[in-house]
Design a protein around this ligand. Structure first.
Ligand code: HEM
Length: 248
């Protein structure tokens, strides 16, 4: 008992310090977390860094693929688009150019619609000098939090918000690099995610290559997202198996 108590106290102390540091660092970009305090996914990354990055990229694309596959009409339209740009989908090597991406606008809309529905739970700012918002003075030191996840579910800005409707993105002026009003998955103002267009491009390319090379279908219904993830991409609550066959 005498030996256990100091060990338990040290473990609890470390855990409390870890949680405190996590709270202090609320404005970090979405990241892939592990269950080991401080080390996170460090071991996994250290073992095979490039493989880890590729797996992470395929994950940022998971929800788009799942949404597309669970909407047969959209899946069919996307496959027709891919065939019209690259010829019959198969195992040939293809290069995806900027023009090709422009011709496959539906895929871009699907990616954006997925990000709208699976946006980060909160974006946080610390008030450094008192600021007036709607007649209230917010004192310095307070944390201001905005929830893109819930904002994107406000029917005033996004009619039928729970539905996956890529065509709502027709109204956005994407050529001028502007999203739909009140779309805040990448933040807003001066300090938006600096990699937002790069991230979109990567997911688009990943989806095109997967659908071109593989015949995919969902084996499980589209899972709900877990409500436990506040930052980063919400995780699926249940399993979502995808069957894939290489095209010949
Ligand atoms: C769909 C994917 C992504 C989403 C939804 C996303 C979203 C965000 C959000 C909400 C922020 C915080 C903005 C704020 O505080 O107002 C942020 C910041 C940031 N993101 Fe992303 N991001 C994504 C992909 C990426 C990628 C792929 C990279 C790197 C290649 C990246 C790099 C960063 C960096 C460096 C910041 C910090 C910027 C700063 O503090 O000034 N993000 N991102």
């Amino acid at each position: 008992m005498e030996l256990i108590s100091p060990t338990v106290i040290i473990i609890l102390g470390c855990l409390a310090l870890f949680l405190l540091l996590q709270r202090k660092n609320l404005r970090r970009p979405p990241c892939i977390k592990g269950w080991i305090p401080w080390i996170g996914v460090g071991f996994e990354f250290g073992k095979a860094p490039l493989e880890f990055i590729e797996k992470a990229r395929i994950k940022v694309a998971f929800w788009t693929l799942a949404y597309v596959l669970s909407h047969p009409d959209i899946h069919k339209a996307i496959m027709e688009g891919i065939s019209s740009v690259f010829g019959k989908a198969g195992k040939d090597k293809i290069k995806v150019s900027e023009d090709d991406l422009e011709n496959l606008l539906l895929i871009k809309w699907c990616v954006l619609e997925t990000i709208r529905l699976k946006a980060p739970g909160v974006i946080t700012r610390k008030v450094v000098k008192p600021v007036e918002i709607l007649n209230y003075i917010i004192p310095s030191g307070d944390l201001l939090m905005l929830s893109p996840f819930w904002l994107h579910r406000n029917p005033k800005y996004f009619p039928e918000p729970e539905l996956f409707k890529p065509e709502r993105w027709k109204k956005a002026n994407l050529e001028k690099h502007s999203f739909l009003d009140c779309f805040m998955a990448f933040g807003s103002g001066k300090f938006q995610c600096p990699a937002r267009w790069f991230a979109l491009l990567e997911v688009q390319m990943c989806i095109i290559l997967i659908l071109y090379k593989y015949d995919c279908s969902l084996l499980d219904p589209l899972p709900k997202q877990s409500y436990l993830h506040l930052v980063g991409v919400p995780q699926p609550e249940g399993q979502c198996r995808i069957e894939y066959k290489q095209r010949i």
